[in-house]
Design a protein around this ligand. Structure first.
Ligand code: COA
Length: 189
């Protein structure tokens, strides 16, 4: 099973294993609520109804999935250890040595290059642990999200047409699939 670092330190941010605590749930729900207008168009769980119990349950799931090696969910913290958002290595397939990265950042902190820094930290960690392929999925309409893999040299493999149902907008969503391979990562070190 993959054993990932619980703390990954970057220049401006630290990624810290998500833990189940009341404090963490409070910080999580606070930033989710503040950022709902920016999160809700893209993240199905981010709705007006989202409450602290949901945060707590989510964190409990994070701990369980980490233990199983299926998902590694990290809090993104600033230099004063304030919670800024989440980044996750998801759908970890050990046999095929691939995974997917998912992310969101509080509106207060967006637009400062933090997510690109966070993705680079996860690349270093997981390519370093033998992962061969990292995938990032973004809604084709979500330009800010697609900007992250584009700026980091990911290859756009294609668009999964009408692959997800957007309940709020009652429409299907077209999804970009971006990927980076381990050899492409190493070439650019
Ligand atoms: C998509 C999202 C994660 C982007 O986060 P972010 O931290 O703003 O993204 P980036 O790291 O790309 O930073 C964006 C901009 O910060 C600017 N920036 C400011 N200071 C910077 C610095 N010191 N270093 C680097 N960039 C800086 C840059 O202009 C950069 O854009 P550019 O690459 O075009 O130059 C965020 O908008 C979000 O959470 N959205 C809602 C949820 C969502 O869509 N999640 C993804 C679902 S697939």
């Amino acid at each position: 099973m993959i054993i990932a670092s619980e703390t990954i330190k970057g220049q401006r941010i630290t990624l810290q294993k998500a833990v189940k605590s009341f404090e963490m749930a409070k910080a999580h729900i606070q930033e989710v609520k503040k950022s709902l207008p920016e999160l809700s168009p893209w993240l199905g769980w981010a709705t007006e109804d989202y409450k602290i119990e949901d945060s707590y349950e989510y964190l409990q799931g994070c701990v369980q999935e980490w233990e199983k090696g299926n998902e590694f969910n990290y809090m993104i913290l600033d230099e004063n250890k304030n919670f800024m958002g989440m980044i996750s290595a998801l759908n970890v397939k050990e046999k095929d040595r691939n995974l997917e990265i998912g992310y969101w950042i509080s509106t207060t902190h967006a637009g400062n290059g933090y997510m690109q820094e966070a993705v680079k930290l996860l690349e270093k960690e997981f390519f370093g642990l033998g992962i061969n392929r990292i995938v990032i999925h973004t809604d084709v309409l979500n330009k800010k999200s697609a900007n992250v893999p584009q700026k980091l040299g990911y290859v756009l493999e294609g668009i999964q047409r009408q692959s997800l149902w957007n309940k709020k907008e009652q429409r299907f969503r077209d999804i970009n699939t971006f990927s980076k391979l381990s050899n492409e990562y190493e070439q650019n070190l």
